[in-house]
Design a protein around this ligand. Structure first.
Ligand code: ADP
Ligand code: MG
Length: 699
């Protein structure tokens, strides 16, 4: 489906000239999540974060100290250390204004003798220092002869890298990748780019990877702006195409008479919060309108989103249509099913659960009931996307914890009915400015208020050294029946390490607490996971050691203690999500942030905010303030797919531009036809938003 002209960009980096199998492995570790080999495009989009300036070429006497300089020198003499001496190998060099000692610790004598023959002229580049009143340069970065100097980059890009992968190897690979860029047509309307004569896509990449000045890698340069705008336009265009497809397909009014909702409301042991009422009023207006609903419902864990979803689904069922609720994990799907059944079944709603685990006759029965309409509401995981799942008349798709799904998955559920309304729920509130970036033009309802009677979670921070005290306290409260989550350190690089850490902690705590300890992690079979969760829910185990798999939505009201080990490694949003697992029942709850001292400034700020507030919207804003938009969107922890080229703090204005341009394109050329349309399809493919193209034909 991808135009073949782009194939060179999607080829494996391993096939580039000068990239051997060892480098290829390292590139894979550096540039991918390990699920696929690194590609040419990944290299091109791996931007330098700094540039070393070697243009400063003073005479020795004028050379500034502690900055990088490039000197043209004559080699005077070698001063090797005595045998068995640990002293460094020194070489004296000079020009007509003064001299410098080159200093090599643990040196390879042979290399020094070969590179710096006495009497020869050499170019050396590195940082000059004063030591004992004498100018010296420790381990010059470059020692070159005339030929080498002629080829030396005066401004040198510095890339983020991984252990064992040297800058030199990266330069070689990036250069080979640059040579693969095919001739591509311009996809931007020249006017839309804020620069008078913007570089082409290929020129921009070359400018960034071969900086002529240290400033050339900064996000404000025309090259970086161009690339940032490319990426933003691709994402906004994909969103705009999706929205237009949803809005283009005529919706239907799905508003029931209220008979089911009245029964649910009458049976509720509480009244709805003001936020819930407002959100439902907004949703009901969408349902009643003859256009399709595309609404985001944001609210902290425990703010009552599931209940809002239940009322929304009930309204649709009253109108004799069906509803589907899709959760990101099996655990969550089960939990939703329980909650919804608790309030819904008595009111006459017919519910079913459908996950990947349902097979054979049981599954066939559910599918049949969905097709003939004898089930009103189905709750499930992505198993709901499968083609064999057909509805009699799907009126509403609710997608929980949405950002874990891709755009195309969201669409697949929408496809089950051309006119289904879509309600997306997320428990990770995002500040307003980011909603646009990530979700595009979606309507938004916020549940800012917590249901009454919820007790605050007391949050404390404790250095890891004091874990013994914590364990002593846990022994006491566990004796009184308390239940605690114990979340283990997040190891960015690898899920295996996560699991190992959790296992170690489990073993350690089992020595103390015996069989009161349970364990759950992402690598367990789902049956074992469920068993572990169930044992904890029933109280058979009282401490559940876990990796962040419990982050999303797990509801065990009896759990009142949340221990987060190495809290300094978690982002704010994630800490907040984890804390949300407790404080759901009537008892007082605690969150203990175990950290490794000393804390850096950012981690200190995060922990202070955690202690100060439980408002997810406030926390999201603080997170944005602390890290900047690019970071918030860019990390794995945000759960949002990040941008690779766009730097939102610097390119924020381009985002608005991209959104406006995307809207204009979709209005004027909704099927991306003609030369501009073709080139925009290339853009979408380059940024891997090709799935949006699938929408062009349909609807
Ligand atoms: P969310 O999906 O936003 O995490 P839920 O809908 O699961 O939140 O609600 C969390 C808990 O609060 C549930 O036990 C639910 O029954 C309860 N709840 C929801 N709305 C209210 C309310 N208005 N008053 C009191 N409790 C509520
Ligand atoms: Mg929920």
């Amino acid at each position: 489906m991808r135009p073949s002209i782009l194939n060179p960009l999607f080829g494996a980096a391993a096939n580039l000239p000068g990239v051997g199998p060892k480098t290829a492995k390292l590139l894979e570790r550096l540039l991918t999540d390990g699920s696929r080999p690194a590609r040419v495009l990944d290299l091109l989009f791996h931007l330098p974060y700094a540039a070393i300036d070697r243009r400063n070429r003073p005479k020795i006497a004028d050379a500034p100290l502690d900055t990088i300089v490039t000197l043209e020198v004559g080699v005077v003499e070698h001063r090797p250390p005595g045998p068995r001496s640990k002293a460094p190998y020194k070489v004296l060099v000079e020009d007509e204004t003064g001299d410098v000692l080159l200093v090599f610790f643990l040196a390879n004598h042979h290399w020094i003798e070969k590179s710096l023959p006495p009497g020869a002229t050499r170019w050396i580049s590195g940082k000059l220092e004063l030591w004992d009143g004498h100018r010296q340069m420790v381990h010059p970065d470059r020692v070159l002869d005339a030929e080498g100097f002629a080829k030396m980059a005066l401004v040198e890009p510095v890339y983020p890298t991984t252990e064992g992968l040297f800058q030199k190897a990266l330069w070689r690979a990036v250069d080979a990748a640059l040579a693969k860029i095919p001739a591509l047509p311009e996809w931007h309307d020249r006017k839309a780019l804020a620069t008078p004569s913007p570089p082409s896509f290929a020129e921009a990449l070359r400018d960034v990877h071969h900086p002529q000045t240290p400033q050339a890698i900064a996000p404000e340069t025309p090259a970086r702006r161009r690339l940032g705008y490319d990426e933003l336009l691709a994402s906004q265009l994909a969103l705009a195409l999706m929205r237009s497809k949803i809005k283009r397909s005529p919706g239907r009014a799905s508003m029931g008479d209220g008979h089911i909702r009245r029964k649910i409301a009458a049976a509720l042991p509480f009244t709805l919060t003001e936020s819930q009422r407002v959100a439902l009023a907004e949703i009901n207006a969408d349902l009643a309108a003859p256009t399709r609903m595309l609404r985001l419902l944001q609210g902290d864990v425990g703010s009552g989103k599931t209940l809002v979803a239940l009322f929304t689904m009930a309204a649709v069922v009253e109108a004799e249509r069906q509803a589907a609720l899709m959760a990101p994990t099996e655990i969550l799907a089960r939990q939703h099913h329980q909650t919804l059944a608790k309030f819904g079944t008595a009111a006459g709603l017919r519910l079913a659960l459908l996950t990947g685990r349902d097979k054979g006759a049981g599954r066939d029965k559910i599918l049949k009931s969905l097709a003939d309409g004898s089930i009103d509401i189905v709750i499930g995981t992505h198993a709901l996307f499968q083609e064999s799942v057909a509805f009699r008349d799907l009126g509403l798709a609710v997608v929980d914890e949405q950002h874990r799904f891709g755009v195309h998955q969201r669409l697949a559920l929408g496809d089950k009915s051309a006119a289904a309304d879509i309600l997306v729920m997320t428990a990770t509130p995002i500040p307003r400015s980011l909603v646009l970036t990530y979700f595009g033009d979606m309507d938004v309802s916020n549940l800012r208020e917590k249901p009454a009677g919820r007790k605050p979670v007391e949050t404390r921070a404790l250095p890891l050294e004091r874990m013994d005290e914590l364990i002593a306290r846990l022994e006491r409260v566990l004796a009184n029946g308390a239940r605690a989550f114990w979340v283990c350190p997040l190891v960015e690089e690898s899920e295996e390490l996560d699991v190992a850490a959790a296992q170690d902690r489990f073993t350690y705590l089992r020595e103390i607490f015996g069989d009161k300890i349970g364990l759950v992690h992402g690598k367990m079979k789902s049956r074992d996971k469920d068993a572990s969760m169930a044992a904890f829910a029933e109280g058979a185990t009282q401490i559940l050691v876990a990796t962040t798999v419990i982050e999303v939505g797990v509801d065990i009201p009896q759990a009142t203690i949340m221990v987060i080990e190495h809290a300094e490694r978690f982002g704010l949003a994630q800490l907040h999500q984890l804390r949300g697992r407790v404080g759901r029942g009537d008892a007082n709850s605690f969150c203990l942030l175990l950290y490794k001292a000393p804390l850096g400034a950012a981690a200190t700020a995060r922990i202070a905010i955690m202690r100060e507030t439980e408002d997810g919207f406030r926390i999201a804003e603080e997170d944005l303030r602390l890290r900047g938009e690019g970071e918030v969107l860019g990390t794995k922890q945000s759960g949002l797919p990040g941008f690779r080229l766009a730097d939102l703090p610097a390119h924020g204005s381009l985002l608005t531009l991209a959104r406006d341009e995307a809207r204009k394109i979709v209005e004027e050329n909704p099927r991306l036809e003609g030369a501009r349309g073709e080139s925009l399809r290339l853009l979408l493919n380059i940024f891997e938003r090709g799935e949006a193209i699938r929408l062009l034909g349909a609807g």
